[in-house]
Design a binder for this molecule. Structure first.
Ligand code: PRX
Length: 628
């Protein structure tokens, strides 16, 4: 290893780390993958142990801990009730207005059991899909956990999505119930949720019941026999705090989570009770070095995979205390997060490069008002972190003593795939090396490993317990999207391009498919293009990602006007709003450029690469496939 460029952990970090050594354990985990994972599966509870660690009989539909019976709630809640963790805080929640609610594991169990009984009384059964569209409040977690407890499948839709996007997801999942709140708080304002759900319900033939939590205190329209207030249901005798946890097969579905891909509509990745429990808890414990007394804050939204795996399931299985905050990081002032770290004595902060860059821009003086000395570890996820933001995070927030866990993973992977451990020497901007059990490589289109420092496709060569079990009701799409390209070798295609350096460290470059990462959020160009095209002025369009200082990337759209429409600044503004209303504010384009034609290949595929080069003033590259 070349010594310069490395940030070494202090002796204190090494002395206290749960895992002190990487190389030998990594080697062991690769050579004995199933034994390695069986050992970690022993750390969680099972109603019945598995017959087989890994069933490889029908790839890529791998089944982990086959024959085992468990429920993620058995591990995330039930088992803590007979240990001292029963009286430990599971959740510390702070609202944007400064209101605080806390729940011990004992209290969490009561809340989740009551919620579960309410769901049962409304006819929710094992295997039903329940849609959750909520602000970041404790009830969002209770709803997820209640579904899991009774064997229902939750499908959380991020609360920033539009009614159309929500309806698409409800319809695809055939969901008949949605759980929401009247509204949430963001930057001092109320964001309406129930009214969005009402519109979505009109677009959803399968939707029958909506349960609404009163949170923002706003007036909302409620329909008889369709809409129920949560507090009314909670007051009924049916909402007993005693509820049996349903025994599930290891490979039974725990949740669906929609994510964007290259083509068409978002797809629902399926995660299961057994493998996902083992993977999220093991990765969380090893990478964030969880100790019983830790307060862990993953500042993501529970509506994304990061929140599912590392706010809810991983930490609760490990009996940790999680911090949850509803509002904006800079409300009322840019020191809101630093104040919370000080106030709650938070030990681990896990967030995104976008958030770090956003807070960095307010300068260091805001951080200096607070005591951040409780922090021991930091984390980053969602997009590559630029070295400047990494160094600021390390120096100003981590006070040069907190290693940064730059975790690379995806909705599909369930948990961390490439990540440092606290003892790993770090290089700013690199997610470092594969987590235990994972063989990961950078290869060319034929599958040959490229030379150190060269760019190629990032692939995962071996199965892991957190892997998605499939795309909901679409096995073909699962195979075509992830497994077809390297079918011969049986490798998983991540859709990212990356480099591996001479020290074996991975550097993620970005997506190779038509996925755009805006502020760490994943959007498909196809989704954005189908949204803008619903406007009568547009006949065809192409969305591309352009680098952006704060957001990582932002969206630019090239659009062809229908006859009779004139390009104008007003129309551009209208179109920008149109996309934002159709998909949600995260998809708001930076710019819409009007053009007469789009560069296409002879087979009719839009060459986004050329459009991007034009905006950035870069060479347009190989044009041989371009049709005039
Ligand atoms: O491009 C990679 C990027 O996020 C993609 C996965 O997005 P999503 O499924 O929304 O999950 C995000 C949270 C796990 C990846 O294909 N990505 C994620 N983490 C990193 C990253 N890029 C660079 N560095 C990371 N640490």
């Amino acid at each position: 290893m070349s010594d310069e460029n490395f940030y070494y952990p202090s002796q204190h970090v090494i002395d206290n780390a749960n895992i002190k050594e990487y190389d030998d354990l990594y080697k062991y985990s690769i050579e004995n993958r199933e034994e390695f994972w069986a050992t970690h599966a022993e750390n969680i509870n099972w109603y019945k142990k598995w017959d087989k660690v890994l069933d490889k009989s029908n790839p890529p539909f791998y089944k982990w801990f086959e024959g085992g019976k468990t429920n993620i709630i058995l591990n995330a809640i039930d088992r803590h009730l007979s240990t001292p963790a029963r009286n430990k805080l599971a959740i510390i929640w702070e609202g944007e207005k400064g209101d605080v609610r806390t729940f011990s594991y004992f209290a969490l169990n009561r809340e989740v059991s009551e919620f579960a009984n309410i769901l049962k009384s409304m006819g929710v059964k094992k295997g039903d899909v329940v849609t959750i569209y909520m602000p970041q409040i404790p009830e969002q977690l209770f709803a997820m956990l209640a579904c899991a407890k009774i064997g229902a499948i939750h499908s959380v839709v991020y609360g920033g999505f539009s009614s159309e996007a929500l309806a698409d997801r409800i319809n695809d999942a055939n969901s008949r119930m949605v759980i929401t709140a009247d509204g949430g708080f963001r930057r001092g304002k109320v964001t309406e949720l129930k009214s969005v759900v009402n519109k979505a319900m009109e677009l959803s033939p399968t939707m029958e019941i909506c349960i609404t939590i009163k949170h923002a205190g706003i007036d909302v329209y409620m329909e008889n026999d369709r809409d129920y207030w949560f507090h009314d249901l909670k007051a009924l005798p049916i909402a007993s705090h005693k509820c049996e946890t349903e025994e599930m097969d290891s490979s039974d579905t725990l949740f669906l989570l929609y994510t964007s891909g290259s083509t068409g509509k978002p797809k629902a990745l399926v995660h299961t009770h057994g493998g996902y429990s083992v993977y999220t808890s093991t990765t969380h414990k090893m990478v964030f070095d969880i100790k019983p007394e830790d307060r862990f804050w993953c500042a993501a939204d529970p509506g994304w995979i990061t929140g599912h795996s590392y706010i809810v399931y991983g930490p609760l299985i490990n009996g940790a205390t999680v911090v949850l905050y509803e509002g904006a990081p800079n409300h009322p002032y840019p020191d809101r997060w630093w104040k919370m770290i000080d106030k709650y004595g938070i030990n681990i902060l896990y967030t995104s490069p976008t958030a770090i860059r956003g807070l960095m821009r307010f300068g260091d003086s805001w951080t200096k008002r607070h005591d951040l000395s409780s922090l021991r570890l930091l984390g980053s996820v969602g997009e590559p972190i630029n070295p400047e933001a990494w160094k600021w995070y390390h120096h100003v927030i981590g006070q040069d003593k907190c290693p940064i866990m730059d975790t690379w993973w995806q909705t599909e992977t369930g948990g961390f795939m490439i990540t440092p451990l606290p003892v790993t020497p770090l290089k700013p901007g690199s997610a470092t090396r594969p987590f235990f059990g994972n063989e990961i490589a950078v290869v060319d289109d034929e599958g040959n490993e490229v030379k150190a420092g060269e760019e190629g496709n990032l692939v995962i060569k071996s199965p892991w317990p957190g892997m998605a079990a499939g795309i909901f009701r679409d096995p073909e799409r699962f195979i075509n999207t992830y497994w077809k390209k390297y079918q011969k070798q049986g490798w998983y295609l991540t859709g990212d391009s990356a480099k591996k350096d001479e020290d074996g460290y991975f550097w993620i470059i970005g997506r190779t498919d038509d996925v755009i990462k805006v502020s760490g959020y994943r959007l498909g160009t196809a989704e954005i293009e189908s949204a803008i095209i619903t406007h009568p002025a547009i006949v065809e369009s192409a969305a591309i990602a352009i680098p952006h200082d704060l957001k990582g990337n932002c969206i630019h759209i090239f659009a062809i006007l229908r006859k009779g429409y004139e390009a104008s600044h007003e129309l551009e503004k209208e179109l920008i709003n149109h996309v934002s209303i159709h998909l949600g504010p995260i998809a708001r384009p930076e710019e819409v450029k009007f053009v007469d034609s789009l560069p296409k290949t002879r087979s009719g595929k839009i060459m986004r690469r050329i459009l991007k080069a034009r905006i950035l003033g870069l060479p347009e590259g190989d044009m041989s496939t371009l049709e005039e």
